[in-house]
Design a protein around this ligand. Structure first.
Ligand SMILES: Cc1cc2nc3c(=O)[nH]c(=O)nc-3n(C[C@H](O)[C@H](O)[C@H](O)COP(=O)(O)O)c2cc1C
Length: 368
C-alpha cells in the first residue's frame, strides 16, 4: 500500500496520526521574562492537528539568547508558561516537542549585559544582526571563544533545558543543530578553528553536538529526542570545507543513538543562489534508519511524493503551517491555502499569528 501523508507512523515513543510536522518557528512574541503568552497558547492549540508540533527555538539559558522576545526554558515562569501551551495542545489531541536552542555567536552584547556572545572561535559573522533596538541592525561582534572548561557547562545547560521541558509537559525535545547556531558553529570548520578536542578533525568538531545529544537522551531517552540539521545552509555565514563528510559523520553518529528522528533540511533557493553547499537530501538518506523528517520548500505534491517513495518518513512545513493552522485538513481536501505574510513573522501580536483563518471556521474552535 502506498504511504501517504495520512499513513500513521511510529516516531520513537510516539504514534503519530499523520506525517505532517509543524517545523519550529521563532515568532518573537514571548512576554516579560521570555515567557510564552496566552497568544502562544492559542497559536499552538490551533495547529494541534499536525502529526507533531515542534515548538519554536527556545533558549536553554540566558547565555543562549540571540534575539528579542524569544521564549526560554530555564525559569519557573517559563516552564509554567509552556505548561499552558502543552496542556492546550494535548487537550486538542496534539503532540508537541520543544526545540532546545543556544544561539552562540548569533547574538550581541546587547543581550548579555555588555559581555560578548560565546562561540567555538573568535570568528564574527560577516553580516548585520537583525534589528533589535530600532537601528536597522548592527554588524555582528567577534564572539568570545569558550574556554575548554566552559564547554561541559554549556552542555549542561541543554541537560537542564531538557529537564525543564519535561516539567513543562512536552512529549520530547529537538536539539537545534541547524542554521548556524552553537552546535552547528562547532560542527563546521568555517566557524570552528579550535585546536583542542572540540576542533580540528570532523570527530572533534562533532563532539559538542554529540555530547549534547547524549546528555539530552540521558534525560528523555533516545526515543523522545530529535535533532535538526541544515547541511546546505549558508545563513549566518556558515560554511564547511567538506560538508558531505562533516554532516555524513554527524548523521551516522546521531543515527546510531537511535533517536526518535533526524530532521534534515534540503537546500533552499537562497542556499542555491549563494552557491553554498546545496547538498540533496538523497546524499544522506541511506545513512538514516531512524525516522527522517525532510524540510524545505515542501508543498502537498512534493511531500506526498517524498513519503510515497521513502525519500522521507515525514515532512515538516514551516511557512505553510504558520499561515494555515489547519494545514492537514486543507491538504486532505485540496483546499486553497492562506499565504504567509513575512511582515508579521517576527514580533507583534495576534496579527499574522493567531488570526490566519481556518478553511472551515467551525473547526477553529471545535478542538478547544
Ligand atoms: C518565521 C520563521 C521562523 C523560524 N524559526 C526557526 C526556529 O526557531 N528553529 C528552526 O530550526 N528553524 C526555524 N525556521 C525554519 C523553519 O523551521 C523551516 O526549516 C523553514 O521555514 C523551511 O521550511 P518551509 O519551506 O516549509 O517554510 C523558521 C522559519 C520561519 C519562516
Amino acid at each position: 500500500m502506498t504511504t501517504t501523508l495520512w499513513t500513521p507512523v511510529q516516531v520513537g515513543a510516539l504514534e503519530l496520526p499523520n506525517r505532517m510536522v509543524m517545523a519550529p518557528m521563532t515568532r518573537n512574541r514571548a512576554g516579560a521574562g521570555n515567557v510564552p503568552t496566552e497568544l502562544a497558547v492559542e497559536y499552538y492549540r490551533q495547529r494541534a492537528s499536525a502529526g507533531l508540533i515542534i515548538g519554536e527555538g527556545t533558549q536553554v539559558s540566558p547565555q543562549g539568547v540571540g534575539y528579542p522576545g524569544t521564549p526560554g526554558i530555564h525559569t519557573p515562569e517559563q516552564i509554567a508558561g509552556w505548561r499552558q501551551v502543552t496542556d492546550a495542545v494535548h487537550a486538542a489531541g496534539g503532540r508537541m516537542f520543544l526545540q532546545l536552542w543556544h544561539c552562540g555567536r548569533v547574538s550581541h552584547s546587547f543581550f548579555h549585559g555588555g559581555e560578548l556572545p560565546v562561540a567555538p572561535s573568535p570568528i564574527a559573522i560577516n553580516a548585520k544582526t537583525l534589528q533589535f533596538r530600532g537601528d536597522g541592525g548592527v554588524p555582528f561582534e567577534v564572539p568570545r571563544p569558550l574556554e575548554r572548561h566552559e564547554i561541559p557547562q554549556v552542555i549542561d545547560q541543554f541537560r537542564l533545558g531538557a529537564i525543564a521541558a519535561q516539567q513543562a509537559g512536552f512529549d520530547g525535545v529537538e536539539i537545534h543543530g541547524a542554521f548556524g547556531y552553537l552546535p552547528d558553529q562547532f560542527l563546521q570548520d568555517g566557524s570552528n578553528q579550535r585546536t583542542d578536542d572540540y576542533g580540528g578533525s570532523i570527530a572533534n568538531r562533532a563532539r559538542f553536538l554529540l555530547e549534547i545529544a547524549e546528555t539530552v537522551i540521558g534525560v528523555w531517552g533516545a526515543d523522545r529526542v530529535g535533532v535538526k540539521l541544515s547541511p546546505s545552509n549558508t545563513y549566518n555565514d556558515m560554511r564547511d570545507s567538506n560538508p558531505v563528510a562533516t554532516f555524513g559523520y554527524a548523521i551516522e553518529q546521531l543515527n546510531a543513538m537511535k533517536l526518535a528522528y533526524l530532521h534534515i533540511m534540503g537546500a533552499s533557493e537562497a542556499d542555491l543562489r549563494h552557491g553554498g553547499n546545496a547538498i540533496p537530501l538523497a546524499v544522506f538518506r541511506p545513512k538514516v534508519t531512524v525516522s527522517l523528517i525532510a524540510n524545505q520548500d515542501y508543498d502537498r505534491e512534493k511531500a506526498m511524493a517524498a513519503v510515497a517513495s521513502g525519500d522521507a518518513d515525514l515532512v515538516s512545513f514551516g511557512r505553510l503551517f504558520l499561515a494555515n493552522p489547519d494545514l492537514p485538513a486543507r491538504f486532505q481536501h485540496h483546499a486553497p491555502l492562506n499565504l504567509p505574510n513575512p511582515a508579521t513573522f517576527y514580533g507583534g501580536g495576534a496579527e499574522g499569528y493567531t488570526d490566519y483563518p481556518f478553511w472551515q471556521p467551525e473547526l477553529a474552535t471545535a478542538s478547544s
